[in-house]
Design a protein around this ligand. Structure first.
Ligand SMILES: *Cc1c(COP(=O)(O)O)cnc(C)c1O
Length: 394
């Protein structure tokens, strides 16, 4: 039987049994509208508020500071646009972010630039980390917001968020972080880390797609996203997606449990490092992103003389799901902005492979990856005129 190894958990994860079973009753007997007055509705409402507590407990905030959204992209958009528009009224029209954010942040900032906002894009170093001093130096009296991702989705580097939070607090600038990839890998406490706003997404942590949350520290004005009914304090109208909200609550509770975080790290770190060290044995190969403060499930390697898309199709044929660049950019031919920000040449960035493991990964999965990837690379290189030139040193 053909083996199947899903190694693209940074793109999305499978809904866990525990999450699924928490959700199912809300599709059947518990289908009530949370705004209805009778017991069926009240029980749905109570389940939503329980999930809000679970999310709040996971990141160290109060339940009333948590808003449910459709996912990471919506949370990012809502946070950044809301702060930008509100602080512009007070003459603050400057936003600081980084060059390697998810497009949900980058494209939002670019849209704001078109409206007249000024955005500073802080570079990363060649290992994929932001230097907090660069953030500090970029802050002016016009700065409304700093937004820096907690962990990068392509290269897995975990940023010095508490340090950046401290700087922002000192300078009295609001600080948002996209923690979609960090949840479940790093213990997060928004109060201790000086985080004012935080985005998270369900489908990266074994909850369904289309559900997420935004934490907004009390006192910060959040604009209305959807006008209509009174859901989410009237800021995001529309009948709640009760099953998904319930599932998200369980998923965040599981992901943020410190024993689970530690168990995941002790299990996946050696697996990740085994894949990295085996694949780096191939010639003309490099690891993207540093090894310290790296997500325990993330491998990102560039193979010269190989085309990323062909590699993915080759691996797919062998039953391995992986990614090249980020899932959102596949389909267009530009190499990943993250890899370019690391300083990679276009052709090297094109030949990149991201493997992202979840806590259910097995040693057999790792063996299979280590067996298949080198086979794929040598076959593709044997057919590549580019590789021929590289070998000749042209
Ligand atoms: C996946 C991802 C998002 C987008 O989340 P969706 O729920 O898919 O909208 C945003 N930021 C990062 C870092 C991600 O990995």
């Amino acid at each position: 039987m053909k083996k199947f190894v899903y190694a693209d958990n940074a793109a999305t994860t499978k809904v866990s049994e525990k999450v699924l079973s928490s959700m199912l009753p809300f599709y059947t007997e518990g289908f009530g509208n949370a705004s209805s007055i009778y017991a069926l509705g009240r029980s749905a409402q109570a389940s939503i508020e329980k999930a809000r507590e679970q999310v709040a407990n996971g990141i160290g905030c109060e339940a009333k500071e948590v808003y449910f959204t459709s996912g990471g992209s919506e949370s990012d958009n809502w946070a950044v646009k809301s702060v930008a528009k509100n602080l512009a009224k007070r003459g603050k029209n400057h936003i600081i972010t980084t060059v390697f954010e998810h497009h949900a942040i980058l494209h939002t900032c670019q849209a704001l630039e078109k409206e007249g906002f000024e955005v500073t894009y802080i570079p990363i170093d060649d290992k994929g980390y932001v230097n907090p001093c660069d953030i500090e130096n970029a802050i002016t009296d016009k700065t409304a917001l700093v937004t820096v991702m907690f962990a990068n989705n392509e290269i897995g580097t975990i940023q010095p968020i508490a340090e950046i939070g401290r700087i922002c607090r000192e300078k009295k600038v609001l600080f948002h972080t996209d923690a979609v990839q960090a949840i479940g890998n790093v213990a997060i406490n928004v109060k201790e880390m000086g985080i004012d706003m935080l985005s998270l997404s369900g489908h990266k942590i074994h909850a369904p797609k289309g559900i997420g949350a935004l934490y907004v520290r009390k006192g910060i004005i959040l604009n209305n996203l959807i006008h209509g009914g009174g859901q989410e304090k009237g800021k995001r109208a529309g009948t709640e997606n009760v099953p998904s909200i319930v599932g998200l609550g369980i998923a965040v509770e599981e992901a943020c449990n410190i024993d689970n975080i530690n168990a995941k790290a002790s299990k996946l770190t050696p697996m990740r490092d085994r894949i990295i060290s085996e694949l780096l044995k191939l010639p003309k190969t490099r690891l993207n992103g540093g090894t310290e403060n790296r997500l325990c499930g993330n491998v990102n390697i560039s193979f010269e003389g190989v085309e990323g898309e062909s590699l993915l199709l080759f691996l797919d044929n062998m039953g391995i799901c992986a990614s090249s660049g980020s899932a959102c950019t596949s389909g267009d031919l530009d190499p990943s902005h993250v890899l370019l920000a690391l300083g990679l040449k276009h052709e090297v960035a094109h030949g990149s492979l991201r493997i992202s493991l979840a806590d259910d990964a097995s040693e057999e999965d790792v063996d299979y990856i280590i067996e298949c990837v080198p086979k794929a690379i040598s076959t593709l290189r044997a057919m590549s005129p580019l590789w021929e030139r590289i070998v000749k040193g042209e």
